[in-house]
Design a protein around this ligand. Structure first.
Ligand SMILES: C[S@@+](CC[C@H](N)C(=O)[O-])C[C@H]1O[C@@H](n2cnc3c(N)ncnc32)[C@H](O)[C@@H]1O
Length: 342
């Protein structure tokens, strides 16, 4: 592993000037692909699993990976959905990245019809954006505001948009603002259960942000490679925070993800990680009516629910809760693996 390449990239991502193309050669992309992109791929796997648990299946048969880098997002996509014979376009300001991502996607799905892009495929009369699922990943803090505004206009035409960012406050709140703008043209597929403006962007919530944690695969805990990567590059291999938005254009939204069936209580999604204390947990829930509440769940109120929260709600962060004031009286999990398969 070429650690010096990765150290350069880490420094650049943390505090460097990202306004110029920083991929120097295929070696940079290959090193990134072995470490940073793998972790990003695990986040994408979580997002796509969550969307599937909400009944999502892709509408379009054409993929655009925008700001593709080495292609982590589209690779996760191709591993999670059958995309035989699909069309695909990989866009990045770096021609090296476009070519790397195209090759790596084809190695997973050889029938993928990849069009070479010399221009941004989201723009122009012949853009396939209206028939595409557009993937964006870990780009929001690299796009200057005027360019972002143009990008959002172009995304307004996209059939579907799935956008994943790190789960840090700055990126998440920025993605929340983007979601707010795209609501004019698109319906929400996830993570929210509502179409309101993100409640965490309201006054008084400046310290909060929508994020989740992905479970890294066993290899992240058991191999020397990941121990060395985390030591050299300074990340916690066990912690994979992310945030995302998934949206479908309103005129196509009939086939949108199913809403949870809740017969008692209110449906909501757990934000961040529950804070556990002896005998109780504090949870922050974003409810289906677009309100965020900070609640306390006592073990003695609902042992089964407490246990699920204590275990980290691995499969699905969606719950139906009966509350009184800021206390959870009872609840159950929604849209977990078992329920999704029935
Ligand atoms: C941190 S990397 C993420 C790559 C990939 N999406 C991933 O998740 O691994 C950001 C990528 O965005 C690209 N990028 C930055 N600004 C861009 C722009 N204005 N237009 C197109 N690509 C851009 C960079 O070249 C880089 O490949």
């Amino acid at each position: 592993m070429e650690w010096t390449r990765l150290e350069r990239l880490r420094d650049l991502f943390l505090r460097g000037d990202k306004s110029q193309d920083y991929w120097r050669d295929d070696g940079d992309l290959a090193a990134y692909d072995e470490v940073f992109a793998r972790r990003i791929g695990w986040k994408w796997d979580s997002v796509l699993r969550e969307l599937v648990s909400r009944g999502y299946s892709p509408g379009p048969r054409h993929l655009i990976d925008w700001g593709c880098g080495s292609g982590a997002a589209s690779r996760s996509w191709l591993e999670n959905f059958a995309a035989e014979g699909w069309g695909a376009e990989f866009w990045d300001r770096s021609p090296l990245a476009r070519s790397f991502a195209s090759r790596s996607a084809r190695s997973i799905e050889p029938t993928l019809a990849v069009s070479d892009c010399v221009r941004d495929p989201l723009f122009g009369e012949n853009s396939k954006a209206p028939e595409s699922v557009v993937l964006l990943s870990h780009v929001v803090n690299e796009i200057p505001p005027p360019e972002l505004a143009r990008l959002l206009l172009a995304l307004g035409r996209a059939a579907e948009i799935i956008w994943v960012e790190p789960g840090s406050k700055e990126e998440s709140r920025r993605l929340g603002e983007i979601r707010g703008k795209l609501l004019a043209t698109h319906k929400v597929l996830g993570p929210c259960l509502h179409e309101e403006r993100c409640p965490l962007l309201k006054d008084g919530r400046e310290d909060d942000w929508c994020h989740s944690f992905s479970d890294p695969p066993t290899e992240a805990f058991t191999t020397g490679f990941w121990a060395e990567a985390s030591r050299r590059l300074g990340f916690d291999v066990r912690s994979l925070p992310f945030c995302y938005i998934a949206m479908r254009r309103r005129d196509l939204a009939d086939a949108a993800a199913r809403e949870p069936t809740v017969t008692s209580g209110r449906a909501g999604r757990v934000l961040g990680t529950p804070r556990l204390s002896k005998g109780f947990a504090r949870v922050q829930i974003c409810f289906e009516d677009g309100k965020v509440e900070d609640l306390r769940l006592q073990k003695r109120s609902d042992k089964a629910l407490f246990k699920a929260v204590e275990k980290g709600l691995e499969e699905s962060p969606y719950l139906a809760l009966v509350t009184e004031g800021d206390e959870v009286l009872s609840g159950r999990r929604l849209m977990d693996k078992d329920e999704a398969s029935t």
